[in-house]
Design a protein around this ligand. Sequence first.
Ligand code: EPU
Length: 422
Amino acid sequence: MDQFLITGSSRIAGEVTISGAKNAALPLLAAMILAETPTTLHNVPSLQDVRTLIRLIAGMGIDIQKQGDTVTCDTKSIDNFYAPYDLVKTMRASILVLGPLLARFGEAEVSLPGGCAIGSRPVDQHLKAFEAMGAHITVENGYVKAQAPKGGRLIGCNFSFDMITVGGTENVIMAAALAKGTTVLGNCALEPEVVDLANMLVAMGAKISGIGTATMTIEGVERLQGCEYSVVPDRIETGSYLAGALMTRGDVLAKKTNAALLYPVLEKFEAMGATITTGEDWIRAQMTVRPHPVDIRTQPHPGFPTDMQAQLMAICCLADGTSTIIENIFENRYMHVPELNRLGASIQVDGHTAVVKGVEHFTAAPVMATDLRASMSLVMAASAAEGESLIDRIYHIDRGYEDVENKLRALGVNIERINTND
Ligand code: EPU
């Protein structure tokens, strides 16, 4: 298992090129299953989660290849509609193949994802929507078995999600794109990654209106064709590197990104004292003062994203006052708190609320990464701390941050990957 050895304290400053968004690339890869002709996807990040999904899709007999940041996919040789537990257990987003398989081939057998470090994360809303579209769903031996109604096609319906779900919205719009008749979906997620998926489906020939709003209307078509499409920039990767500037009185220029996707985060960065400047495809964060405390509550887009909660908390740890953070999306997304406290932070958690008393400095310590975003908060905190910090279990970070140590090095972080098997 790899570890990071970080020697601080560094001023995080320089330029970083942002990759395609993990959370957009995954549904876009799943959507490729819907197309009858070849699809090409550009700006796909090289990440463990992307490799897992490509393996899962290839396991169905589909010809899918990644070269550089481009993935090509031809579905004509598909010979099974099965997603095994071995792969699904390593990545919950695997459930996104269920909608496309069911819609196009009328059947699917996909392992039910288990819980994960940040919460139980059920998929009941996905299944409820498929049932509303006429699918027969059973859960047997840990697998969801789904069958389209007689005739082999899902049937358009009116369905409103009980809560806002990113993956649920994605799975169901993919299914509805090939359903018979019109689906009106209420209480949809508005995340930029959902919008990116809807736009790619339209490029494949889907008929969707209301994209980017809470109600989407999808008029099912009989077939979808391949297209050429490029993944939207990763707003969370962008925010994570900019956060480093705020923690170290630094200056980070993020390139190949999009400020419009990130304004709930940029507003908080400004409230903390950063100067934010933006251009068509770049964002610069400059920080010359100790961060000011802020209060945040995570919410579905366009609220403050839960995927930036840990990184923002790490900045609050160094603020000149007390910040309050409320995590509303996941029930267990404070695993980084005891680790940040090991680095000298002063954070107390009571249920969904974390109270963060600012301290002047982090102090180096060995810490353990607990999930993807938590890992990044620890990496940034360790970069700001004087001395050597060893971060264990960094496989979490490899799931979602492309080329992370090279990007950090270019920003002045003294970081080394240690392979403990060596
Ligand atoms: N939920 C249900 N039932 C469902 C679906 C969701 O109860 O059927 C609950 C979840 O348990 C959770 C909340 O609803 O408490 C929101 O879950 P959502 O479905 O929106 O999350 P997701 O699709 O599983 C995606 C991202 C996450 C990100 C969340 C929220 C991908 C691959 N993952 O997850 O990203 O935190 O949306 O924005 O898109 C990450 O990148 O680190 C990450 C965890």
